[in-house]
Design a protein around this ligand. Structure first.
Ligand code: NAP
Length: 460
């Protein structure tokens, strides 16, 4: 039977988002054996999403994923349409009129909230703001962080908290030859931060760091890692968790914490202090953050289901700089159903669902906007492949009519004066960034403003 993916009438698929899940979805579509044109739509003029703007500058190995995405972008039938925002420049209905299917792979661009008084006091920031700022994300280019403070706190004990902690704890000499943005390097050069508290609401056995990232925090040339030995006295349920074979990462984390308790202070200029079983219940200060009120917690529940319960005791940590690193959350796209509580697009095996749980033909989700912000970059490959499997299983149900695809969309966007950026355009921006980095010994100096990125395309 003729389907839109038969030769002659290639299936037109728009993938919204150019981060890992978008590229893995594009790859799965282009290598499926069906005749498919993939058009990747990206809000910024530059691709690669969280790999460019999220992965820490001192973790260049992780950025090598870009080499894979570059190859995918060069496959036949792939088109990049960057600098196009769905919901602003084009509606979802307009996409559906031009494409047989739309895959949303737009990640989790916002943060969960603590929901405590004082959360938005000046001096209290989300990890997203700080990460975006030091990574040159145009949305966060003009943020400022009061690095004259001596005590900083990070709430949350996952790998994003570890990234934020390293950037605060390292000396600028350790960061100078990374792709960290110059404006951030300049600000960090004046940092007076001496003490960084990394605060978990549960215990050391429940910290979400991966072993490599945690270990790194104990090997910083400029900072000592500090853990109070009494914090490592585990309750029976936590001890049982560490016995489980599948939980080797947590067992190793606790071993790393234990090793640190045996270390004598070395007198390094900074300290990274791990605190457990504490939850912020209020942020206080006169017009700006001055202190964090922490409730002391105990764990309740069966192994692997333990939750933090307040004991009724509180303590105060004087600190003028706070980063909330308690997990990302997706952002709603106009015209697409959204589960605000989970921060994801509701879906069944990647098929987008309406409020009644019915599948919306032609709409799919992949990656963090599908399942929430979990896993490493590679986790998104299997996730996107699964969504593409659903899409391909639906071929008979998608409109058999030929669709205009990228040409149709480009015409519409041109009529609206939207300046689209192609993959070749990106390669020019890329070359300029690499050249700008060279005199500083950096792999690249990113453009951090959209106008700079676009102006660079107008330059001869
Ligand atoms: P995460 O790993 O889910 O960690 C979130 C942390 O916030 C947990 O410690 C969590 O504690 C805590 N938390 C959540 N709600 C809280 C609340 N209301 N009050 C206090 N604490 C709260 O998230 P993430 O660090 O944002 O990382 C997202 C994903 O990206 C993860 O899969 C991570 O591994 C990945 N990532 C990887 C790398 C890398 O490979 N180098 C780097 C960055 C990110 P509970 O456990 O109690 O919920």
């Amino acid at each position: 039977m003729e389907t839109p993916a038969s030769k002659g009438t290639p299936l037109q698929v728009a993938v919204v988002g150019s981060g890992p899940s978008g590229f893995y979805a594009a790859e799965a579509l282009l290598k499926s054996g069906h005749a498919i044109d993939v058009h990747m739509i990206e809000r910024l003029p530059v691709p690669y999403g969280l790999v460019r703007h999220g992965v820490a500058p001192d973790h260049p190995k992780l950025k090598e994923a870009i080499l894979v995405y570059d190859k995918i972008a060069r496959l036949p039938h792939f088109t990049l349409l960057a600098n196009v925002c769905v919901g602003r420049d084009v509606t979802v209905d307009e996409l559906l009129a031009r494409y047989h299917a739309v895959v949303f792979a737009c990640g989790a661009e916002s943060d969960r909230r603590l929901g405590v008084p004082g959360e938005d006091l000046p001096g209290s920031h989300t990890a997203t703001e700080f990460v975006g700022w030091y990574n040159g994300h145009p949305d966060y280019r003009d943020r400022s962080f009061d690095l004259s403070q001596e005590v900083a706190a990070i709430v949350g004990q996952g790998n994003v908290a570890a990234d934020v902690c390293r950037i605060l704890a390292k000396s600028v000499d350790e960061l100078r030859q990374t792709d960290i943005s110059e404006h951030a390097l300049e600000a960090l050069a004046g940092s007076r931060v001496k003490e960084i508290h990394v605060i978990g609401r549960r215990g050391p056995a429940q910290a979400k760091f991966t072993n490599k990232e945690l270990k790194e925090l104990g090997e910083l040339p400029n900072a000592d890692a500090v853990v109070d030995p009494s914090a490592l006295e585990l309750n029976a349920a936590s001890a049982a968790e560490l016995e489980a074979k599948a939980n080797v990462v947590s067992a190793k984390n606790v071993e790393i914490f234990r090793e640190w308790t045996a270390r004598a202070p070395s007198g390094k200029p900074r300290r990274v202090v791990f605190q457990f079983l504490k939850s912020p219940v209020a942020l206080g200060g006169n017009a700006r953050l001055e202190r964090l009120v922490l409730a002391r917690n105990r764990l309740e529940g069966e192994p692997f289901q333990q939750v933090a319960r307040e004991t009724g005791e509180t303590e105060t940590l004087d600190c003028g700089l706070l980063f909330r690193s308690i997990g990302y959350s997706g952002v709603a796209i106009p015209g697409v159903p959204f589960d605000a509580k989970r921060g994801v697009i509701p879906n069944r095996e990647g098929r987008v669902l309406d409020a009644d749980g019915a599948e919306l033909p032609g709409l799919y989700a992949a990656g963090w906007i599908k399942r929430g912000p979990s896993g490493i970059i590679g986790t998104n490959r299997a996730d996107s492949v699964a969504t593409v499997k659903s899409l391909l299983a639906d071929l008979q149900r998608l409109s058999p009519e030929p669709k205009a695809g990228a040409d149709g969309l480009a015409t519409l966007l041109a009529s609206r004066g939207v300046r689209t950026v192609s993959f070749d355009d990106w390669l020019r921006i890329d070359a300029r960034e690499v050249a700008r980095g060279q005199p500083r010994g950096k792999p690249r100096e990113k453009f951090t403003r959209i106008t700079e990125m676009l102006n660079c395309l107008d330059a001869p």
